[in-house]
Ligand binder design. Structure first.
Ligand SMILES: [Zn+2]
Length: 589
């Protein structure tokens, strides 16, 4: 890292890094901080850092407690700490790249907290096996800045008070492990103990984690991790999906919202605010970002939860049939309309109708929809009278409706009717902190669904998932994990080779240099993956040999091109002769 020499000397003159060294290697981490004094900029791994007076933090904390109440302030600060920990985890992995250095990178977390002056950390016990999913960590926290601030203002009490630090530890460890890790203070200076003592374990290994998890989730309808489906009470009888194509009917309980990141939290707060009303809600976001899940949650937490939830994907129904689907048909309205039948609006009476891809509505359907929203009345196709319906509409689009209005493709009055309460669903690449939680949730879901035992994700797989750009958002992550659960060895872990096929890798754009650098360290994402060195590095930890991995890649490539060896060779970037040789070897063994 380029750093003007004078600045460095000045900083070292102020206080030697050796004085700050509570754990081995802190000096090394300290060297990664960049003090550009002339520009008033402190950076760490390209992130701007601030030196803030602990008194100011204390004043902010007091204001939060006084204005929000202790519980809400604790939740807010815990989640802010979580976001900081998750970011530090990314920096730690950039500072100590490579899966070989995973533990070294992990240790940078406590070092960064110590360096940032938050707390003096003394490790007691530390066990981490990413692929097996096992984690145990115990620390003593001495001189907790947060504890000191709290005790100064409020004295000691019965509950632990180092909220941001706990959040930080959870965020940091979760991002490393690819599964939710919960830390808890079993002693705290805020409770009168001399030092704080913290223990971290995977969430499902705590027997009484509900309260702690409550502080980590932005709303009660959000989960830190998905409970196993056997623990669910079964599908809600009134929750039906009527999308065409015989889509699997599932209950909203199957699809609990999972997340903690700031943008996801903001969307949840909006949802929580609008849910008890009857307002029309417009969900905006990229394809696969989870708009339908938000709509289902809206239904679940609304006053209409006992009534129907009906989903319609306007893009999946031919335009000529859509009107009849939505508003119903009277017998004889057109050739083939041999009986009268109700539309989705009538089916959703007193409940919630979710209209996905609303930008695809024809002008005629738009006019009818506007009428329902304004008058609460529908008219069946070929009908003469109107029917009153009481339906709350939730709509969604990944298109820019304002532009569609400008082009004349979408009615302006309907746009304003729908856009009363827009909620932006963030793309997955903008909620990276949630990836480990989603990985874990999907792992559990598909192990259950397919009757498989998979222990977790290897370091390579975790890195690959955290660095992927996710053009297909949560749906893409879910599909990758489902396939990987099937491909991974029974009783083993998911590795990068189980996740990404060549086409995924080629399609994924590299957003920035950090991603490129990270991908280089990752054999599965590395364009030079077929070099002997990269292949050697790709030796899988989940119990597979290099030969098995190569065979799997060849098998995938052959399958993708329908068994054409020349095409498979081109896909793999090797000569036909070499692939022939390799296939011959496969057949012998
Ligand atoms: Zn404490």
């Amino acid at each position: 890292m380029a750093r003007p020499k004078a600045h460095r000397e000045h900083i070292q003159g102020a206080r030697s890094p050796a004085d700050l060294e509570p754990v081995a290697g802190l000096r090394e981490t300290f060297q990664k901080l960049d003090f550009a004094v002339d520009e008033s900029r402190i950076t760490l791994d390209g992130r701007r850092m601030l030196l803030i007076d602990a008194f100011a933090v204390g004043a902010l904390r007091t204001e939060l407690v006084e204005s929000l109440g202790t519980d809400a302030a604790r939740g807010l600060l815990t989640r802010i700490g979580y976001a900081a920990g998750a970011r530090d985890a990314r920096s730690a992995r950039n500072l100590y790249p490579g899966a070989e250095d995973y533990e070294r990178a992990y240790i940078a977390g406590p070092q960064l907290s110590a360096l940032e002056g938050l707390v003096n950390i003394e490790p007691v016990e530390f066990v981490m096996d990413v692929a097996r999913g096992s984690f145990y960590s115990e620390y003593l926290w001495r001189d907790s800045s947060e504890g000191e601030i709290h005790v100064t203002n409020y004295g000691t009490g019965e509950l632990p008070v180092c909220w941001m630090q706990i959040g930080y530890a959870c965020g940091f460890a979760t991002a490393f492990m690819g599964r939710p890790i919960l830390f808890r203070e079993v002693q705290c200076c805020g409770m009168g103990h001399e030092v704080c003592r913290v223990i971290g374990k995977p969430v499902d290994q705590w027997s009484d984690a509900e309260r702690d998890l409550g502080y980590l989730t932005p709303r009660a309808f959000v989960n830190m991790h998905l409970v196993r489906s056997t623990a669910l009470s079964g599908p809600a009888p009134n929750s039906r999906s009527t999308a065409p194509g015989g889509r699997r009917v599932e209950s909203s309980a199957d699809r609990q919202m999972v997340g903690i990141s700031p943008r996801f939290s903001a969307a949840c707060h909006s949802l929580n605010r609008v849910a008890p009303t009857n307002a029309t809600v417009l969900f905006l976001g990229e394809s696969g970002a989870g708009k339908e899940m938000f709509a289902r949650t809206l239904h679940r937490i609304s006053q209409r939860s006992a009534q129907a939830f009906v989903a319609v994907n306007c893009a999946a129904i031919p335009e000529t049939l859509l009107e009849a689907e939505l508003f119903g048909v009277e017998k004889g309205a057109y050739t083939g309309a041999v009986t009268s039948r109700p539309g989705r609006f009538e089916l959703a009476h007193q409940g919630v109708l979710f209209l996905d891809e609303i930008g695809n509505l024809s002008h005629a359907a738009q006019t009818k929809l506007l009428r329902v929203l304004q008058e609460g009345e529908i008219e069946r196709v070929g009908g003469i009278g109107t029917k009153r319906v009481d339906v709350r509409v939730a709509a969604a689009t990944n298109a820019n409706l304002a532009e569609a209005v400008n082009r004349g493709d979408f009615r302006e009055d309907l746009y304003y009717r729908l856009n009363v309460f827009p909620i932006h669903i963030p793309a997955l690449r903008n909620r990276v902190d949630d990836i480990p939680l989603l990985m874990d949730a999907f792992l559990k879901r598909y192990c259950d669904a397919h009757g498989r035992t998979v222990t977790g994700f290897t370091e390579y797989a975790t890195e690959a998932l955290l660095n992927h750009d996710w053009p297909g958002n949560i749906r893409e992550l879910e599909n990758l994990v489902e396939r990987a659960v099937i491909l991974a060895p029974e009783g083993g872990a998911i590795d990068a080779v189980h996740l990404f096929r060549n086409e995924d890798r080629l399609r994924a754009p590299n957003r920035n240099e950090t991603t490129v650098a990270a991908n280089r360290r990752n054999p599965a994402l590395d364009p030079g993956r077929n070099s002997p060195d990269a292949r050697a590095r790709s030796r899988v930890r989940g119990g597979q040999t290099l030969d098995q991995v190569v065979d799997m890649m060849i098998g995938d490539a052959l399958e993708e091109v329908g068994g054409n060896v020349s095409a498979a060779a081109r896909k793999l970037g090797v000569s036909r002769a070499r692939l022939d040789y390799r296939i011959g070897k496969r057949k012998k063994t």
